[in-house]
Design a protein around this ligand. Structure first.
Ligand SMILES: [Cu+2]
Length: 141
C-alpha cells in the first residue's frame, strides 16, 4: 500500500515536471575547449603535463550549478561516448576534474594515445551542445 502511494506520487511528479527541466545545461554559443599543451602530434615522456584551455565559459567545481560554467573531463583513448545525456562515467579513460582544475600530470604507457577534452556541467553531464575539443594524438616515449 505504502509502495503504491510512493510510486503514484513519483508518477505525478514526473508528469508535472516540464520536459525542459530534464534537458542538459546550455553551453555558450562561442564556447571552446582546447589543449594548451601538449600539442597534436607531440612526443612526450611517460609522465607529462596536460593544460586545459577554455574560452567563452567559466570553470567551476562539480556540484556548483553556476550558469555558463562547467568542469573539465579528459578522455584518454576514447573513440566515442555512449550517451551525452547522462553523467560521464569515471574511469581510467574518462578523468574528471571536479575540483575545477585546469591542468594535470598524466602518466600513460609508451605508444600512441588520443586525448580529448569535454566540458561537463555541475552534474558531470555534457552541455547542450557539447563543448568538446579536437581529439589530439600524442606519442609517449
Ligand atoms: Cu565530472
Amino acid at each position: 500500500m505504502k509502495h503504491a502511494l510512493i510510486s503514484s506520487l513519483l508518477l505525478v511528479t514526473a508528469s508535472i515536471l516540464p520536459f525542459s527541466s530534464m534537458a542538459a545545461t546550455p553551453s555558450a554559443a562561442d564556447a571552446e575547449v582546447y589543449f594548451v599543451e601538449p600539442q597534436d602530434g607531440q612526443t612526450v615522456p611517460e609522465t607529462f603535463k596536460v593544460v586545459f584551455g577554455l574560452k567563452g565559459m567559466d570553470v567551476s567545481p562539480a556540484g556548483n550549478n553556476q550558469p555558463n560554467s562547467g568542469h573539465h573531463h579528459l578522455l584518454i583513448d576514447v573513440d566515442s561516448l555512449a550517451d551525452f545525456a547522462l553523467p560521464l562515467p569515471a574511469n581510467d579513460n574518462v578523468r574528471h576534474f571536479g575540483g575545477g582544475q585546469t591542468e594535470t600530470m598524466l602518466t600513460l604507457p609508451k605508444g600512441k594515445h588520443t586525448l580529448q577534452l569535454l566540458l561537463g556541467d555541475y552534474l558531470h553531464i555534457p552541455h547542450d551542445k557539447p563543448v568538446m575539443s579536437e581529439k589530439i594524438t600524442i606519442t609517449v616515449k
